[in-house]
Design a protein around this ligand. Structure first.
Ligand SMILES: NC(=O)c1ccc[n+]([C@@H]2O[C@H](COP(=O)([O-])OP(=O)(O)OC[C@H]3O[C@@H](n4cnc5c(N)ncnc54)[C@H](OP(=O)(O)O)[C@@H]3O)[C@@H](O)[C@H]2O)c1
Length: 318
């Protein structure tokens, strides 16, 4: 029987518990974790810890070393440095991950940088290039491009030949995006005059209702609006005449509930087209801050307060 140390939210902060791990199934990878990423879903689940008891299983992404493999052929071997997207239980020192959503960490990256990538890479690839069908020569607007998804998405889109514009609520974060080579406006400026940023083939949005009309107004003919969150509301009014005139589409997605088979399709695209760009340095994971496991609560508070630029990571390497 194998065990891991796992961190759980409680009303008194995060507590560490020793937990038995199931036997590895075929197609699974056991990872000795060196770092894991913090995501908004984790903060939302932890905020409900009172209601969930201390069994909320947080953690969607992890980086470390392959410790064991389930039966059957595998592209991995014990000792490989890997990063993985997991459905739960990533806040731990040992994590069972599906091989289908596990990727080798490019040699030049640290474990902390590796842990900053899975959720951002899968979300950006699925929504920009699969659902959004963004192509070289097209233009994309990424709203609130100041977390992992937006920063990695902007870098991927640029590296693959799209022109990229961004928004943020905060001028100081826009300045940081300019430092990475991306121009944009504050969301207030966008709301006041959406057309001032030009037209776009694809828009990646997290605001939802409040920016729905503005987003559709600045999509070019054949444009695609893709939603990965809906902070300002889930119900909006759509001008169907505009949809017809411009052949527009609106899509949304949640990554976590997708089947492993569907996620593996996205992983294949990432392996073939995104990982080489990371290896060559065209995509650089941006980390806002690295925390120790004793400070997971502080990391959650920082994410909930916003204002950060890049990913919040917990390192287990002391
Ligand atoms: N659908 C999916 O499967 C999926 C998967 C992963 C992530 N997501 C979502 O994608 C978004 C980006 O994720 P991430 O991890 O890259 O970023 P993040 O670190 O969670 O946040 C990115 C930025 O979003 C803006 N933001 C946060 N709360 C907001 C609110 N209430 N209203 C408007 N803007 C807000 C802030 O930007 P500024 O203050 O700079 O404007 C923040 O820096 C999040 O909303 C996340 O929930 C969805």
């Amino acid at each position: 029987m194998r065990f891991c140390e796992r961190w759980f939210p409680s009303e008194k902060g995060f507590v560490k518990r020793r937990v038995a791990l199931p036997d590895l199934a075929a197609g699974e990878v056991l990872i000795d974790a060196a770092a894991f990423g913090i995501n908004r879903l984790d903060t939302e689940l932890a905020a409900n810890a009172g209601a969930l008891g201390t069994d909320a299983t947080l953690g969607l992404e992890v980086a470390g070393t392959v410790a064991a493999l389930g039966a059957g052929p595998s592209e991995f071997k014990v000792g490989d440095r890997v990063m993985a997207l997991v459905k739960e239980n990533g806040y731990a020192d040992r994590v069972v991950a599906p091989a289908g959503t596990t990727l080798k960490i490019p040699d030049r990256l640290s474990f902390e940088q590796g842990a900053a990538l899975p959720e951002a890479l899968f979300t950006a690839w699925l929504n920009l290039f699969e659902l959004g069908a963004l192509k070289a020569g097209e233009s994309v607007l990424i709203h609130h491009a100041t977390g992992g998804v937006g920063i990695v998405g902007a870098q991927l889109a640029k590296a693959l030949g799209a022109s990229v514009a961004v928004t943020s609520r905060r001028p100081e974060n826009l300045a940081k995006l300019r430092g990475l080579g991306f121009d944009g406006k504050t969301t207030d400026e966008f709301d006041a005059e959406p057309g001032a940023m030009g037209g776009f083939d694809v828009i990646l949005d997290i605001r939802g209702a409040q920016s729905l009309d503005a987003n559709l107004s600045v999509l070019k003919t054949g444009g695609r609006l893709v939603l990965v969150d809906s902070y300002t509301g889930e119900e909006g009014k759509i001008n169907l005449g505009r949809m017809l005139d411009k052949r527009l589409s609106v899509q949304g997605s949640l990554l976590r509930p997708l089947t492993l088979e569907r996620k593996s399709v996205t992983a294949a695209g990432i392996r073939a087209r995104a990982l080489p760009l990371i290896e060559s340095g065209k995509i650089e994971p941006v980390i806002a801050r690295v925390f120790s496991p004793e400070n997971i609560g502080e990391a959650h508070a920082l994410l909930a307060a916003n204002g950060h630029f890049g990913k919040l990571i917990v390192s287990l390497r002391g």
